[in-house]
Ligand binder design. Structure first.
Ligand SMILES: CC(C)(COP(=O)(O)OP(=O)(O)OC[C@H]1O[C@@H](n2cnc3c(N)ncnc32)[C@H](O)[C@@H]1OP(=O)(O)O)[C@@H](O)C(=O)NCCC(=O)NCCSC(=O)CC(=O)O
Length: 397
């Protein structure tokens, strides 16, 4: 009997792959209830860590806080929680179990709150989600926050889960990059992406010999962000907000130790070199030329023709982007506002920035550029970019 001819591979791929680029179809964010203003933070921090006697270091902390351009931050931990666990600030004591134990509850709680908002905006039932991608620096368990999220949100048991640990501040980018590839390579896929972080794993007492930790304590905050990503939106139910056009990643040679994270018995240790700002100034423009040249979007070196979703890593990092790309001050207004209101929420921050950017597109004097880019830094030191295209398909445009 003659065998039926097998279809040529291109045809099979046409069936499997989506037609169009992936797009963000819904965005949500969430923050924990405890709020500490940046003005009160030095007093709060030195009090809860029983370090009031370190008056010079506290004065330095105040100088740092005053320069952050942060108004307030939200934390899952409270003064009472820390008082009940002295291992969180007594540096010699092992404390990893306490920290990860809190994260196990906190991450899904925050991520689900953000995801529920993103799913509601997307407009379809949570059971239509086919994939889940979660990025965080505050976990080390399997199954992790992804499985708990799937249960709490009522996702299908067949949902394909990916969790990304310890990607530093770019965990949200990485999760979005993975979601883009999934959406474009699996026709009909709808990917729920979440970035969630709490700072408790890195919480530590002030120490003159560990100024990196002082910077982390002054700048980082807790939060979660989420997005639903999919290609070929089903109109009029689904409304693309940003198309995810292309991605790139460049690791700057010889910078392996400039930003790094280590999970130790006393928690998550960050190394953040003061050279980061200079490295950004010296390298980011070339990365963007490489990423945008193939799309004809370099604007002959005038980068103000794009909108920008910079990760709000710190005031000085945003200043470096602005200087290196000769940006008008309003170009980073969304990133600066997110930094001011929440601090650097690490894996979550980019979702806050995308949410703020699309909100600003509705303002009378808001951003109108069609094309833009997300930029963030990962340990390495690695510069990640994603080219975005703002669509007119947003629900209330
Ligand atoms: C911390 C800052 C707000 C301080 O502001 P300025 O640098 O303008 O102020 P300044 O020079 O007067 O510094 C104030 C005091 O802080 C000290 N100081 C500043 N940077 C320091 C560092 N990296 N390590 C240790 N100490 C530091 C200074 O010596 C000074 O101490 P004294 O007063 O005693 O002389 C800023 O440098 C900043 O925003 N840094 C970026 C923080 C950061 O790296 N974020 C995470 C990046 S990674 C990330 O999130 C990824 C991403 O961005 O995508």
């Amino acid at each position: 009997m003659a065998m039926a001819p097998s279809p040529p591979p291109e045809t099979v791929l046409d069936v499997v792959r989506a037609d169009g680029p992936a797009a963000v179809l819904g965005i949500g964010t969430a923050i924990p209830a405890n709020c500490v203003t940046q003005d009160e933070y030095p007093d709060w921090y030195f009090r809860v860590t029983e370090s009031e006697h370190l008056t010079k270091l506290k004065a330095k902390m105040r100088r740092i806080c005053d320069k952050t351009d942060i108004k307030k931050r939200h934390f899952y931990h409270s003064e009472e929680m820390i008082a009940g666990h002295p291992e969180l600030f007594e540096r010699a004591r092992p404390s990893l179990g306490t920290r990860l134990g809190v994260a196990e509850f906190a991450l899904p709680e925050l991520a689900v709150a953000a995801a529920a908002t993103a799913v509601a905006e997307w407009g379809r039932p949570a059971a239509d989600i086919t994939h889940l991608v979660v990025g965080t620096n505050a976990g080390a368990s399997a199954p992790g926050a992804d499985l708990r999220m799937a249960a709490l949100l009522g996702l299908r048991p067949t949902v394909q889960r990916t969790i990304i640990y310890l990607r530093g501040c770019s965990a949200g980018y990485t999760a979005l990059r993975v979601a883009k590839d999934i959406a474009e390579n699996n026709r009909g896929a709808r990917v729920l992406v979440a970035g969630a972080d709490i700072t408790l794993p890195a919480f530590t007492a002030p120490d003159e010999a560990d100024l990196d930790a002082l910077i982390v304590m002054a700048v980082f905050g807790d939060g979660a962000g989420a997005a639903v990503v999919g290609a070929d939106p089903i109109l009029p139910i689904e409304h693309p907000i940003f198309q995810m056009v292309s991605v790139s990643q460049t690791t700057i040679a010889g910078t392996e130790h400039k930003v790094s994270l280590q999970l130790r018995e006393r928690g998550l240790g960050y190394k953040i070199s003061g050279e980061v700002q200079a490295l950004v100034r010296d390298n980011v423009e070339q990365c963007l030329v490489d990423a945008l040249m193939p799309l004809g979007l370099t604007g002959d070196g005038d980068w103000n023709h794009l909108f920008w979703a910079m990760h709000p890593g710190g005031r000085a990092v945003l200043d470096s982007y602005e200087a290196a790309l000769r940006l008008n001050p309003q170009k980073l207004a969304a990133s600066r506002r997110v930094l001011r209101e929440y601090g650097n929420t690490s894996s979550a921050a980019i979702f806050f920035v995308l949410d703020e950017l699309r909100r600003r597109r509705h303002d009378r004097d808001g951003e109108r550029c069609e094309w833009g880019a997300m930029v963030g830094l990962a340990p390495g030191l690695t510069i990640e970019t994603m080219v975005l295209r703002a669509t007119t398909g947003g629900r209330d445009e």
